[in-house]
Ligand binder design. Structure first.
Ligand code: NAD
Length: 367
């Protein structure tokens, strides 16, 4: 069956609308979902803060290679000493009835191993983005969670974030007409000692780390999967930070309905992550779109009566609201045996596109 461009747009918009339904309201359950936090770095800190505001989630165990740090967090979150693990003995949390799920917040190349070990220990897995560092690992993670009958969600927080959700719903409502093109960018000026510059740990450069927000946004904003992708990368040979991973990567995506996207990511400059969507009848921009807070949505379009609407909506919610929403959703799925909105398959798709982008830019990924 062949679809006209309009039919295709409607069909894929319907599919995406289902994926982008407003976040489920978490039901306070008798027992909150207990999380073991694996890796106590910067993002784990935001997530643990977020869980404090979640009615259905609780930090119940910690996994760390640093006993002092683990002891500090254990005191802060009321985690008993008996529920502090290290990377070697972590698997014994299989017998800890207070651990229902894990949150994997380690460097990218460790996501697959710790997801699979957690699944084998019978725990549901909420894993940070990027899901892993190649497609083979992504399949192995999905398979391990299926085999163990545990849930796998990738922590794409923008899927649970009201500013991003409103942009999607305005586009789906037809407010800006037919989407023609999208611009998106995200990057930062990286410190020289970051593990993110070590390819073995990071798997790639800014594309894996922050460009993935733009890639994922172009998919949820259009409700389509890329038909074609082309990338171009450049690293300053004189800058020792970029001996292993790319400094800059730009890419173009063509979607089946004809929408084109132009994206940009870097480790060389601070860019507030944003997207700007041009439609046949108006535009929508979220800027910043991907930060932990301070998001702002602007748009101009005509309503049904032809009156011009000028929208400017700063989002006043404060960090860690996005992490609370994410935890609420995953815990709800665990309690009610539902598939998360951003399951392993969503991470796998991005990993497939990242593979194509690196290949297009002539960059070899780690096997
Ligand atoms: P981080 O450096 O702050 O924390 C990494 C943690 O891993 C540390 O606790 C560190 O001790 C531990 N670790 C264990 N083995 C390590 C090793 N060999 N080398 C380095 N650290 C090791 O990193 P982060 O910024 O918290 O990022 C962690 C993950 O979270 C990454 O996958 C990143 O992409 C993701 N992340 C997601 C978001 C988001 O908004 N969803 C934001 C930032 C980071």
């Amino acid at each position: 069956m062949s679809l006209t461009r309009r039919q295709f747009t409607i069909a894929s918009a319907a599919a995406m609308a289902a994926r982008f339904a407003p976040p489920l309201i978490a039901q306070p359950a008798d027992k909150p979902v207990g999380y073991a936090i694996i890796g106590l770095g910067r993002i784990a800190d935001h997530f643990m803060d977020g869980i404090q505001h979640s009615p259905n989630s609780k930090v119940t165990a910690l996994v760390s290679g640093h006993p002092d740090k683990a002891a500090r967090y254990a005191e802060k979150y009321g985690v008993p000493k008996s529920s502090i693990y290290n990377y070697e003995n972590m698997d014994s949390f299989r017998d800890n009835p207070n651990v229902d799920a894990v949150y994997v917040a380690l460097p990218n190349s460790m996501h697959a191993e710790y997801t699979i070990r957690s699944a084998k220990a019978g725990k549901h897995v909420l894993c940070e983005k990027p899901m892993c560092i190649n497609v083979t690992e992504a399949h192995a993670m999905i398979d391990a969670c299926k085999q163990a009958n545990v849930k796998l969600m990738i922590a794409y927080r923008c899927h649970y974030e009201p500013t991003n959700l409103k942009a999607v719903s305005l586009i789906r409502s037809g407010a800006i007409g037919k989407v023609e093109s999208i611009q998106s960018a995200f990057g930062f000026n990286i410190g020289a000692t970051e593990w993110r510059l070590n390819k073995k740990l990071a798997g790639g450069g800014p594309l894996m780390d922050v460009g993935i927000y733009c890639l994922n946004a172009t998919r949820y904003l259009t409700g389509e999967e890329p038909a074609d992708l082309h990338a171009y990368a450049f690293s300053d040979p004189a800058d020792p930070r970029f001996r292993q991973v790319e400094e800059n990567l730009v890419w173009n995506t063509k979607f089946p309905s004809g929408v084109v996207a132009s994206c940009n990511t870097t480790y060389g400059s601070n860019m507030d992550g944003y997207f700007h969507v041009y439609g046949s009848k108006g535009w929508i921009e979220a800027r910043p779109a991907f930060n932990y807070d301070g998001l702002r949505l602007r748009a101009e379009y005509q309503d049904a009566s032809g009156k011009w609407i000028s929208l400017d909506e700063p989002n006043i919610q404060k960090d860690p609201y996005q992490f609370t929403a994410e935890a609420n959703h995953f815990s709800h799925c665990v309690h009610h045996n539902q598939t998360p909105k951003t399951p392993g398959e969503e991470g796998l798709r991005d990993m497939e596109y990242i593979t194509r982008l690196y290949s297009s830019a002539g960059i070899q990924m780690l096997a």
